[in-house]
Design a protein around this ligand. Structure first.
Ligand SMILES: [Zn+2]
Length: 405
């Protein structure tokens, strides 16, 4: 592991954020985020590895794509192999042979979404072990203990997660509890010198609650912030309003991580709304279903029209599937969803697409040409200018008007 010098004014930080450029039209910024295992250019997309690996891809392949930060799921890794074994292995980086940055989640979201029997009390999240059916309790302290053992560069507070489709008093209760649990997490955190603990802005789709939550979190000495509880099937116009409201409150000098968001259009819009970091299973999941991401949208390679199409997925894509090995759409059409190698070839392409999209966003912000980039990006997907209303509205809020040349 490389040694790391503190560069920020925050006492509890193993992170430095350098703002390289700010867009003069939108709220976007291009930054260099320095973490213990590597520097990361933002806005950044972070692929998700479930059991310490990305489905169908080796860490080495991910590194070759230029990925400097990926996610690991605490829920899966905390259960099996478990934190004690993980400590013996020297942490998750060693365990999975990944010498770049890692971010782990608190395990709470996975629990609530995967286990029907999860019950939330002030103490923590109670759940039935999927392995031996005994009742277990994930407290804020236990979540941090596991994440300290895993040793990721960024770790997340345990939050009280409520579906974005729920409204009423439960949302308010969860917001206040999330703040209380943050304080317990901060107290339990034993490695602030080399692990960055991010709090999570909650508050559902209620503007007052979300603002109140963000205002409460910024009072704490933390190295960065996450915006959570979104992208769970809510209306898009409610989604973007909660995002922009959160970035208005969060301090400029710290990174903002929008959790669970990764559709290409969402990435472009939310970068314009001032978010720096994103994660989502979408590009890898959609690859398993035979769908490739391209500048014009998506190619469903199962479609018969690709049976005689001898072009690569994307002629301008630098990934090994397209450029090095020149696999044709026709070939991929034949093996897609039948052969696991097809899943690997598409996953490589889709991750490369996302990473390159983010680099292009970064570069266009640096050149102060991000508004033009946004218009080009949307025009390629919607040549007839039938843009989704939420995209037009959200972008207008940051002075980008898709229909104006
Ligand atoms: Zn490609």
């Amino acid at each position: 592991m490389t040694s790391f010098t503190k560069e920020t004014s925050s006492k509890c930080s193993a992170l430095a954020l350098k703002i390289i450029a700010e867009c003069s039209t939108t709220k976007a910024r291009a930054c260099q985020l320095t973490l213990p295992h590597a520097s990361v250019l933002t806005p950044v997309f972070m692929p998700v590895g479930t059991q310490g690996t990305l489905k169908g891809l080796l860490p080495e392949q991910l590194k070759r794509l230029g990925c400097n930060i990926m996610l690991g799921n605490t829920y899966h890794l905390g259960n099996r192999p478990g934190p004690e074994l993980m400590k013996k292995a020297g942490g998750l980086h060693e365990f999975m042979s990944w010498d770049r940055n890692l971010l782990t989640d608190s395990g709470g979201f996975q629990m609530v979404s995967l286990l029907k029997l999860a019950k939330i009390t002030e103490e923590g999240v109670e759940f039935q072990s999927p392995h031996d059916e005994t009742m277990m309790l994930l407290t804020p302290e236990r979540s941090i203990e596991i994440q300290n053992a895993l040793g990721a560069d960024i770790i997340m507070q345990l939050d009280d997660v409520v579906s974005s489709l729920v409204s009423g008093p439960r949302v308010e209760e969860a917001m206040h509890r999330t703040v209380r649990w943050l304080d317990r997490c901060l107290k339990a955190h034993s490695r602030p010198h080399d692990q960055n603990l991010f709090p999570i802005v909650q508050g559902g789709l209620n503007a007052n609650l979300r603002r109140q939550c963000a205002e409460e979190l910024v009072k704490r000495d933390v190295p960065g912030f996450a915006i959570g509880g979104l992208s769970g099937g809510e209306e898009k116009h409610a989604f973007w309003k909660m995002v922009t409201l959160s970035t208005d409150v969060l301090p400029k000098e710290k990174p903002r991580y929008l959790m669970g968001v990764g559709f290409p259009e969402d990435l472009v819009v939310c970068a314009a709304l001032g978010c720096d970091m994103f994660d989502c299973v979408f590009p890898t999941r959609t690859a398993r279903f035979g769908t490739a991401l391209v500048p014009t949208g998506q190619l469903n390679l199962k479609n018969n029209k690709f049976a005689t199409d001898f072009r690569p997925i994307d002629e301008n894509c630098p990934c090994s599937t397209c450029k090095e090995y020149k696999y044709t759409r026709a070939y991929l059409h034949t093996i897609v969803t039948y052969e696991s190698v097809a899943c690997q070839l598409l996953t490589i392409h889709n991750i490369a697409y996302q990473l390159n999209l983010m680099l292009s966003i970064h570069e266009s912000i640096k050149q102060d040409k991000f508004p033009e980039f946004i218009k080009d990006f949307f025009k390629k997907i919607y040549p007839e200018e039938n843009y989704p209303k939420w995209a037009e509205e959200s972008l207008s809020s940051v002075n980008v008007h898709l229909r104006e040349c």
